[in-house]
Design a protein around this ligand. Sequence first.
Ligand code: SF4
Length: 178
Amino acid sequence: MMDLEKLEGDLAALPLYGYFFIDPKELEFSQRVRHICKTECPMYGTTWACPPGVGAVEDCQAKCLSFENCLMIVTVTEVADIADIQETLATRPDHEQITDQVRDLMRAQGVEPYVLSTEACHICPRCAYLDGQPCREPERMHPCVESHGIVLIPTAERYGIGFQYGQNVVTWFSLLFF
Ligand code: SF4
């Protein structure tokens, strides 16, 4: 059993914009998101963290709903120009690092969360998916939120989080199911 009070104390020490305990059933899943992955994302079919490697949307949904709880964490970072994709993406490793820290806080309590974070996995220079091999670091890699067909905007809005606070603010989300 997770000691939520302890976890919240630990979370308070991290540079999070916010964190929210949500019911996985609140999340919206859609085939539309998968369609966008397939037709618009260059990472589609290149890593185990992306579709179709992550499995069908129905299976991803079932996996998420097999957990009773979900911790949604949010970071925001100000950049000089949000239209500068390189600069915007450069804020992602910090968010991934914080996601790992939160995962480790849960692990320290004996809980192994199922973690979804941002975009494709970049741990290995060449993902084993491309060579038809199993993931080399399944304990470390996180599929991305969108890969599971999750439409996060309605949930985020319900908790009062906008995806963009100012013109030049990057907002990243991770979901940790437990
Ligand atoms: S850890 Fe390596 S093999 Fe696994 S998804 Fe990430 S890049 Fe691919």
